[in-house]
Design a protein around this ligand. Sequence first.
Ligand SMILES: Nc1ncnc2c1ncn2[C@@H]1O[C@H](COP(=O)(O)OP(=O)(O)O)[C@@H](O)[C@H]1O
Ligand code: SF4
Ligand SMILES: [Mg+2]
Length: 335
Amino acid sequence: MTTTRPATSSGVIRVSELLKVENLTKVFTSGLTGGYEIRAVDGISFTVKPGEIVSLVGESGSGKTTVGKLILRLLTPTSGRILFEGEDITEFDKKRLKTEYYRKVQAVFQDPFASFNPLHEIDRAFDLVFRSFLPNVGKEEREEMIDHALEGVGLNPSEVRGKFPHQLSGGQLQRILIARALLVRPKLLIADEAVSMLDASTRIDVLNLLGDFRDKYNTSVLFVTHDLALGYYISDSTIIMYRGTIVEMGDTERVFHNPLHPYTKMLLESVPDINVKWEFKGIEPEKEEGAVYQIKGCRYAPRCPLAYDKCFSVRPELVEVEKDHWVACHLYGGE
Ligand SMILES: Nc1ncnc2c1ncn2[C@@H]1O[C@H](COP(=O)(O)OP(=O)(O)O)[C@@H](O)[C@H]1O
Ligand code: SF4
Ligand SMILES: [Mg+2]
């Protein structure tokens, strides 16, 4: 993960990142009247390089899905910019999104059942991709491409084609959706809890598949997950989110082997260890949601065992404490 734009020897600026998110903010209001502001994403910045797998990790409600939906333009940002190949996609109109952007940016979500029409054979799921992005492909070539894509995700086409969704497992359906997303060879895949509903062995197969696809086609992946172990397994870089803010990010090895932010440490300590029986560690419960977003300082302060006065009034900035390792906590960097 880098925030620099290195100049080439000829002096031309080369865009080293595929995706650059700058000060991205999305504010929702809870309830119709008298609701409070939910700053679901609150001024976050990060980059994704070509071929990089970046995990976006955090507990439920930390804003991960909102980030993914903003990048996919399924939501409009309250403020901030989303640069893809150097262009601000928040300014793209619907036509440009459809014809250009979604050809390069695809997504897979958590619940595979929700993405299929139960009344149609699963083959129908590929129709829109061909209609939108590959309209000139003939019938024969199309059938071959679908078979090839299904084989690529470890499915036997004859076992799944012509079937209805209820005749297949969640794992098979999710692989079909991944095959569909990868069929256009996107430059960026957003996978939002895409393997969460799969059983453990299928999950690893699908993760390996994403890794293989990246190696083969240099596809970048934004891997959204609440599961630290999955993030560690698959990603080059990791972003830890807490209540709309990035608390720590950088090279995955550094973040996992030298966690610095008290929240990251707490998350890592709560990962179950196969050799240790469960024991209550007394994790501090979260403050009531509305109040969390009103905290001027560090959002984690009400739960943080190390919090001091400044933490409640001043928001900590992300600082680079070692190469490619950023932390937002008053205990590090700054004055
Ligand atoms: N459409 C919406 N309207 C109001 N609040 C929303 C909406 N979408 C998400 N939120 C709120 O934004 C916060 C972040 O949600 P989300 O991005 O789904 O988090 P995560 O994916 O990390 O669980 C949560 O408090 C959630 O309730
Ligand atoms: S800024 Fe303060 S409250 Fe926030 S994580 Fe650091 S020590 Fe804890
Ligand atoms: Mg989510």
